[in-house]
Design a protein around this ligand. Structure first.
Ligand SMILES: Cc1cc2nc3c(=O)[nH]c(=O)nc-3n(C[C@H](O)[C@H](O)[C@H](O)COP(=O)(O)OP(=O)(O)OC[C@H]3O[C@@H](n4cnc5c(N)ncnc54)[C@H](O)[C@@H]3O)c2cc1C
Length: 495
């Protein structure tokens, strides 16, 4: 394929996956990335010797990554090392109860019996039923849905009866568990998609199943090592990554995407174009409206997007010994999800997450110090919050809540470095449409055939990768989107 060329817009994990796979097949691959580093939302922020993940901290389904490297003729161990965390995470409830979610099943069951007596039977039944659901459903996530009749695929027909259509994640859990707090322990994963467990389709109970069945992982050196590894592997196969090189727009000849015009005015042409920029941002900024009748500005604005996140990155001048992953629930978790997704207001008592990776990996903070990252799910920019006005008040509220609800009573005293990212920053600095960082929501009317297609509707050679296309947001599924698009391109150009 030495004479065929591919241009990829954006060096996030989706674009890097396609680059690695296509370069390994001999295509001439060039990525144009507007930032001065690769990785997109899965990159690292270095501040005075502290290394922060910009976005992802939870890694699931490590086999998806190793199989993808293998498909490119590479051994993932040459690029990164993943360790399973056990306990996987600590959940903290408003009454002060800690629930340590172990991977080891004996320890987990002891812990369930301690905190939620009477739920073990339900847990066993849940895991058994979810195994069937996961085994059938995951196969559907690895193939494209570009025609309505793809719904007739045998894989999907087999999955339909176990997909819990018409039920929410919380609804499914209610079949198995009595304790509302235990349901929350198995439901909060809907937040990985930026959705409320009361609204997220029941099919997504596979998220808690995946954690409990296969574990949660940490790549040595940080989760951004995934993008670094993909970039290195792509470059080892000959892909070229041009950093600080933003694309201004995609060039079309009638209905064919033929190249890109860079922000500096240069134009480059290729046989296929892949867009990895955030879907709705990319559509509205890189493609003239006349070329996207299905995705007009009005249509994009009317779609449903995930929540956003308010981020506080803290370099702490002492070592904190709290677990690697900590989720602290608000007093009224359901009300908090309604504040985020329905009323779109700021909460006076939000749930939040604290990432303390230095407890596992001492490469992320200077010796004797900690790299902390606090993530608060908040409404996306469809809400009317004035972030310029609220930013510092909300930051203070979160620090108050950390002092009140966790062991980090003295946190303010030890802050050496600090950075805050608001939904407005996600939109303006990181090119994320409406700051919906987990992309288009995963409601049923935005899934499978109804999600933007891996090869954009109406074009033979414009492909989409990343969280905004099928199968959806989250590192393993984003890698799958990169695989699907690479396969479609190879089928088309390799004819
Ligand atoms: C705070 C946060 C926490 C998350 N936590 C997790 C987690 O724990 N686990 C998990 O699996 N997932 C998580 N995710 C979700 C998801 O895995 C990441 O967001 C992931 O990085 C998205 O990958 P992507 O390839 O879709 O896009 P991105 O990573 O956003 O990459 C797109 C790239 O395109 C570039 N680009 C945009 N416009 C242009 C242009 N005009 N020209 C050139 N380049 C351009 C951007 O600069 C960027 O580098 C999280 C996300 C966030 C934000």
């Amino acid at each position: 394929m030495k004479n065929k060329s591919i241009i990829i817009i954006g060096a996030g994990p989706g674009g890097l996956t396609s680059a690695m796979l296509l370069a390994s097949k001999g295509y001439n691959v060039t990525i144009y990335e507007k930032k001065s580093h690769f990785g997109g939302r899965n990159s690292v922020m270095n501040l005075n010797g502290f290394k922060f993940e910009l976005g992802p901290t939870f890694v699931m389904l490590p086999d998806v990554f190793s199989e993808t490297f293998k498909e490119a003729g590479k051994n993932i161990e040459d690029y990164m090392t993943m360790t399973r965390l056990d306990p996987m995470y600590r959940l903290k409830y408003a009454d002060g109860t800690d629930f340590f979610v172990h991977f080891d099943k004996e320890n987990l069951k002891k812990e369930i019996t301690r905190v939620f007596p009477g739920e073990i039977d339900g847990y066993d039944k849940y895991m058994k039923s979810q195994k069937v659901k996961y085994d059938r459903l995951y196969k559907c996530l690895t193939v494209p849905y570009m025609r309505w009749y793809n719904y007739l695929r045998l894989k999907l027909l087999k999955a339909f009866p176990v997909m819990d259509l018409g039920k929410s994640v919380h609804g499914v859990l209610s079949k198995y568990f009595k304790s509302e707090d235990f349901k929350i322990a198995m439901a909060f994963q809907a937040k990985y998609l930026g959705m409320s467990p009361w609204k997220c389709p029941g099919a997504f109970t596979i998220l808690s199943y995946v954690e409990h069945a296969f574990g949660v992982y940490h790549p040595q050196g940080g989760v951004h090592k995934i993008s670094e590894g993909l970039a290195k592997a792509a470059q080892d196969s000959g892909a070229i990554i041009k950093l600080s090189t933003g694309v201004k727009e995609i060039i079309f000849d009638k209905n064919k995407a033929i190249g890109v015009e860079l922000e500096n005015g240069e134009k480059f042409y290729a046989d296929s174009i892949i867009m990895n920029a955030d879907f709705a941002y990319g559509m509205s900024h890189l493609i003239p409206e006349s070329h996207r009748p299905k995705y007009t500005d009005k249509n994009l604005n009317g779609r449903d997007y995930s929540c956003s996140t308010f981020m506080i990155y803290l370099g702490i001048s002492k070592k904190y010994n709290i677990p690697h992953h900590n989720i602290v629930f608000s007093e009224d978790y359901k009300n908090n999800t309604e504040e985020i997704y329905e009323r779109m207001t700021l909460s006076a008592d939000p749930s939040f997450y604290i990432h303390n990776p230095s407890v596992t990996d001492d490469s992320l903070a200077p010796e004797g110090k900690s790299t902390l990252y606090v993530l608060v799910p908040v409404p996306n920019l469809k809400g009317n919050i004035d972030w310029e006005k609220e930013k510092s008040k909300f930051r203070d509220l979160i620090l108050d809540k950390i002092e009140e609800k966790t062991e980090l009573k003295d946190i303010r005293q030890y802050i050496e470095v600090e950075k805050v990212i608001t939904p407005l920053d996600w939109q303006n600095e990181f090119s994320v449409y409406k700051g919906g960082v987990f992309n288009l929501s995963h409601a049923l009317d935005q899934m499978l055939y109804l999600r933007p297609h891996n090869r954009l509707e109406g074009y033979s050679n414009l492909y989409i990768v990343g969280g905004g296309t099928h199968p959806g947001s989250g590192l393993p599924t984003i890698v799958e989107s990169g695989r699907i698009s690479a396969r479609l391109i190879d089928e088309e150009l390799g004819k």
